[in-house]
Design a protein around this ligand. Sequence first.
Ligand code: CP3
Length: 346
Amino acid sequence: MTKIKNDNFLRACRREATDYTPIWLMRQAGRYMAEYRKLREKADFLTMCKTPELAAEVTMQPINRFDLDAAIIFADILLPVEGMGINLEFKEKTGPIIHNPVRNRKDIDALRIIDAERDVPYLSKAISLVKQELNNKIPLIGFSSAPFTLASYMIEGGHSRNYLETKQMFYNEPEMWNDLMTKIVDVLIISLKAQVEAGVDVLQLFDSWVGCLSTGDYREYVLPHSKRLIDSVKGEGLPIIHFGTDTATLLTSMKEAGGDVIGADWRINLDEAWKMIGDDVGIQGNIDPLILFSNQKEIEKRVKDILNRAEGRPGHIFNLGHGILPKTPIDNVAFLIDTVHNLSRK
Ligand code: CP3
């Protein structure tokens, strides 16, 4: 592998010393950028994801504008489900909708295991294009959902408040649930390995909605599947970031499932989260994305607080506690990135 020029992010993933605390932002390519909105007028979201030239262009938009320490390939956690036989739509303002949710044994048996070349060829092409464009300036992150969050979309048919259908499945039909999770993990392994082969440098797993679970349910119904996914891809030798939200009660169990770096949302203090997961893993986080709607003085205060809690220990990657929101003031984004670099530079 060719050496990456700014490898502070990779070094932090391995808990090695860095020149400053590296930062990237979840959902860093998106509607808060005028460049993105302009392209989006011409193409819908799925078309953008599936057209490698457009996906590569959007991936590079935040990189060309800000001093970020990592790029993340422009795609979506839901894309692999189409190849499984799921009818997926991204509705303006509503978000993702699945028109044929998975509810019974017959639905699960009908799900196909994807073939990366047949079902997600655009993803590998977009990754190759971005790698060329980056020219080893900074690393590129590949990603997938973690099994629970993807299962919840497939079962509920979209975003959910109470996860009633999902929880009903694992309470009442645990065998069916395990069969579904097994198929999902098989698909996610294929998707992640294809991204590694195409050239990504780091993998992130998003378990965005896992915080709806009790610790007991996470450990019984989710942990073994997340662990199998992580165990199956860690042989590729890339750092793995394991992220979820509302996970203050789940962090130690998530760490047990695996990952070199654990993501923390803003609800927990960074030092407390790091104490829970232990210093044999790195931590990513954890400023509230809503802070970007405040002012520079407030942003600086919050950055200082998080950096103080990290105490300059190797293994901290600065990020938002969750994805950036569409109406975020762009000047505050630039200010956040520069402030993290300036205040942490050694
Ligand atoms: O980080 C990046 O810049 C890479 C791109 C990326 C997107 N989605 C693009 C996107 C990544 C890493 C994701 C992951 C993703 N997708 C997650 C996990 C991260 C998280 O925020 O929890 C989830 C839960 C999804 C599912 C999803 N996709 C939702 C809920 C939505 C709608 C939300 C919204 O803001 O409208 C999407 C659509 C989506 N994915 C958009 C983008 C830029 C908005 C599409 C548009 O209308 O332009």
